[in-house]
Design a protein around this ligand. Structure first.
Ligand code: PEP
Ligand code: MN
Length: 264
């Protein structure tokens, strides 16, 4: 990845005067829910509207996502609000469908980053794409798996790359849902300083009242952006209810954060 300097061009090209913000529900539930949240986020600092449509739940039996139908809802979000869209892809069929529906940003979830087989399959399907591709850290604190995924994608000629730090599983009882292990992300940042680094405080904390503090820590560490799960009725969300914030709270969080982006 010698030419890593070109990696951050996509972010610089957005010309933002604040950190990149990706927000929207954990899961797309219904067309009304998706459009309702998108409309509430339309005139805010949000740059990409996220919604998970293929939901990799750890145990079966929970809501597993609406599937490809959700891509139509995301297209509607773009048509009706002008917002760019983002979703998770976990295999080559997802990639194919997401590209066919012109989703602007694809992210790879923590449960996929652990598998070089699945990453290679996704990389091959994405080969040469000009879409933005963000790689979440693997569920376990293994920097090599994270780096390996980035390198497989870069080798597939995907230039608009970035990473999302969503914390790591632990057997210990902690206040976090997934412990941040900031040092690991900092190591990655030092190895690839030109790779945009986004924090996902929603999955790190698992609790909405901790999101502000973790977001502030990330910005103090010079992260480039935030992915924050946002829902108009968080308590009744079909997945990750405890960690989602309302659009009003998201706007307040963005207003209260001290943004201390260093300019080089
Ligand atoms: C998500 O973003 O909703 C998600 C499933 O995330 P992760 O892969 O970090 O668990
Ligand atoms: Mn979630």
């Amino acid at each position: 990845m010698e030419n890593s300097v070109e990696m951050r061009t996509w972010l610089d090209d957005l010309g933002l005067d604040h950190p990149l913000v990706i927000a929207g529900p954990c899961s797309a539930e219904t067309e009304e829910q998706v459009l309702g949240i998108a409309k509430a986020l339309k005139d805010t600092d949000v740059n990409y509207f996220r919604a998970g449509i293929w939901k990799p739940r750890t145990r079966p039996g929970n809501f597993e996502g609406v599937g490809a139908l959700g891509l139509k809802w995301l297209q509607k979000v773009k048509a009706e609000t002008g917002m760019k869209t983002a979703t998770e892809v976990a295999n080559k069929d997802h990639v194919k469908l997401a590209l066919e529906h012109d989703i602007d940003l694809l992210w790879i979830g923590a449960r996929s980053t652990v598998s070089p087989f699945i990453i290679q399959e996704i990389a091959d399907e994405l080969k040469g794409t000009d879409k933005i591709v963000l790689v979440k850290n693997p569920v376990n604190p293994d920097l090599s798996l994270w780096l390996g995924a980035i390198e497989r994608l870069y080798t597939a000629d995907i230039k608009k790359l970035g990473v999302i730090h969503r914390g790591f599983s632990t057997y210990e009882k902690t206040k976090y849902r997934n412990i941040p292990e900031w040092q690991l992300a900092i190591e990655l940042q030092q190895k690839y300083p030109d790779l945009p680094l986004i924090c996902d405080p929603s999955h790190i904390t698992g609790k909405r009242d901790m999101i502000f503090d973790v977001s502030q820590t990330a910005l103090d560490l010079n992260y480039d952006g935030l992915m924050i799960e946002t829902h108009t009725d968080p308590d009744n969300a079909w997945s990750d209810a405890a960690q989602q914030v309302t659009p009003t709270t998201l706007v307040q969080i963005m207003k209260d954060l001290r943004i201390r982006k260093e300019t080089v």
